[in-house]
Design a protein around this ligand. Sequence first.
Ligand code: BES
Ligand code: MN
Ligand code: MN
Length: 461
Amino acid sequence: MSDSPLSYAHDNHDRFLNELIELVSIPSVSTLPEHRPDMRRAARWLEDRLNDIGVSAETAGSEDYPLVYGEWLKAPGKPTVLVYGHYDVQPAEPLELWTTPPFQPQVRNGNLYGRGSSDDKGQTLTSIYAAESYLRTAGSLPLNVKFILEGQEESGGAVIKEFVQQHSDRLKADTVQISDGHMFGPGIPTLDVGLRGIVYTEIQARGASHDLHSGLYGGVAPNPLNALAWVISSLKGPDGHITIPGFYDSVQSVSDDVLQAWSRLPVDQVEFVKEETGISELAGEKDYTPFQRMWARPTLDVHGIAGGFVGEGAKTVIPAEATAKVSMRIVPDQKAEDVFRQYREAVLKLAPPGIELEVRLIHGDDPVLVPQDSSYIAAAQQAMQATFGRPGVPVRSGGSIPIVGIFKDQLGLNSVLMGWGLPDDNLHAPNEKFRVQNFYDGIDATIRFWDMAAGSTRASA
Ligand code: BES
Ligand code: MN
Ligand code: MN
């Protein structure tokens, strides 16, 4: 029998990996209604795992996007860590680009391939197995832990937002801990100090009352697809500058200290991005470094345009309507609400004659910065040092985790963001993978983090 949590974890590596494979096999795609039963199955799987190890857990929130909530609170006088993770995944399409099927996970070259292996099932399980390793050896955790695992992160997280609002008492804690990001590179641990926010929208354009023959009416008929192309290209040109009036007013510039720290990171930023992405020349604002552009500058992107004819061959039609999905990544101190208002106004002003535009907000979340002077950040640094032989590199991330800002606003809690993925994990893309060693290191680092954090003074009574 293993006597320490760390040796228990090491002795159980194979089983942990097999269980991760089991969880990744459940296609819990939150955006697609046909996967609702899989959402419930995945939630149930996590609830059972937590209860099995002695963390009392239940599902809550909603039938369609169940939230798994569990707590182990038998360390009076010790701090409480609120662990967040998400078990929903992005759609796996296009399926033909996967080497092995997305929901039949396979280990190749030390990586587990499968949708959600890195984002965020593998990373979520690191905390559950850290808890198991303590509870099955010491019989207790060094501090109090509350788990909140959501099934709607990839779709904006309305359910967890309501839950946090309604249960702020129950969720009281001293810090939040999240593993839903990535390390700088293999063996180079990372502490995320900031995340961008997001404003995700849909623009619907309507022209004639029905589709028209483009020969008969071309020249007088307003074309919703042309209109969307016009609107979109007017919002941002090839120089990366966004033309929405007032858009940059509250964008904070990055201090020289931070900029210098970023430029000291051990990579050539341009080459780093090219290598990870296959991009031949970087787009965007030339006056800013690539890391600045990705981490500390806002941007605007189109994700899809639907409408008209996209079949084989030719069809001469002027469609009656078309829609586009457009999102903006926003940075401190922009506010999602204000940005949406400015954007909506700018879009409506761009409508060509005869085109009616409707602008809808799908979800919006503010950016966050995490202060670095807390004892929990120090504990995370010690845990990383002990696990990887070096402290975490402080970086920001361009991605968004909507709940981080809500934890701050509603619960007054800062988050410790320790990601265990890698930049080339193919998040949201075909052939998503999670490096098996990172899975194991993540468990070790979490075990150590709780040990170190247990010595912190409690922030809340
Ligand atoms: N885990 C990612 C965000 C992330 C990736 C943070 C890498 C740090 C490093 C998360 O699951 C995600 O994809 N978020 C969405 C949020 C959106 C759908 C509201 C995103 O950023 O697009
Ligand atoms: Mn994620
Ligand atoms: Mn994601």
